[in-house]
Ligand binder design. Structure first.
Ligand code: NAD
Length: 237
């Protein structure tokens, strides 16, 4: 890796970067997310079928995120340091719905799959910060009606947020890092292809090989907390 020439870095993060912070990944239990089938808790159809179950699921994820147990780890802090000290642009595109990048100090973060600490009005599409539980009985702050609030999360079958900005960043990046993501969720899984079209150097960080590993130029096998910090030290040295 020639570190001197990079000017635009795009970093894609997934559930694996938050695993060492105590948040469970998506696929480490036979495709179940915290013991739930994703069709029940991560699709518009699941929400239509049983809104209370879906609210309960995200309320619990939010409460866990806001508890003292969950803190950013070395990988989040290393990326925040990179953004601060790198002489160029650093964009984090995260599939994570937690706020651990921001807690570690990163500023330039695009949450393509939404955020646990926001809710949205299904009617007006307006989003709001939230720390308390959502229920079907909670009145919406904009239309004042009950039943219109939903988690500000992109479910399967819905269009991810910030796609124009992400495509723009990928079209000019010269270094692309993919950290703790299984490469099974699209369109994030094809960002490595877009980065390669821009002739970027591509590096995958994971504890295992993934479905898209062979697309990357370089692999850092191991825990994100160790490998990302090492890589950032190399890049900034
Ligand atoms: P995934 O669960 O499908 O894959 C996680 C990947 O991280 C795996 O390839 C695994 O080998 C790797 N990994 C696990 N621990 C690691 C570690 N310590 N260091 C490095 N790599 C590690 O996750 P995904 O690809 O992000 O897709 C899951 C979807 O579920 C996302 O879209 C996200 O919105 C959602 N999700 C989010 C969170 C969160 O916000 N923290 C948690 C679970 C699921």
């Amino acid at each position: 890796m020639s570190k001197k020439n990079f000017t635009n870095i795009v970093i894609l993060t997934g559930a694996g970067i938050s695993a060492e912070s105590g948040i469970k990944t998506f696929r480490d239990q036979n495709g179940l997310w915290e013991n739930h089938d994703i069709l029940d808790v991560a699709t518009p159809q699941g929400f239509e079928r049983d809104p209370e179950l879906v609210h309960r699921f995200y309320n619990l994820r939010r409460a866990q995120l806001l508890s003292d147990e969950v803190k950013p780890n070395q990988a989040h802090f290393a990326l925040a340091r990179l953004e601060k000290e790198f002489n160029g642009q650093v964009v984090i595109v995260t599939q994570n719905v937690d706020n651990l990048h921001e807690k570690a100090g990163s500023k330039n973060v695009l949450h393509m799959h939404g955020e646990l600490l926001k809710m949205r009005c299904s009617k007006s599409k307006q989003s709001f910060s939230i720390s308390k539980d959502i229920t079907s009985a909670r009145a919406c702050p904009c239309c004042l009606e009950e039943g219109n609030l939903r988690p500000h999360i992109v479910w399967f079958g819905e269009r991810p947020f910030h796609m124009n900005e992400i495509q723009q960043a990928l079209s000019t990046c010269d270094l692309f890092l993919s950290i703790g993501t299984s490469g099974q969720v699209y369109p994030a899984a094809m960002f490595v292809d877009l980065a390669k079209e821009s002739l970027a150097h591509t590096v995958e960080f994971n504890t295992n090989s993934t479905d898209v590993s062979d697309k990357f130029d370089e692999h850092r096998l191991g825990k994100a907390g160790v490998e990302v910090e090492k890589f950032v030290d190399e890049l900034l040295s």
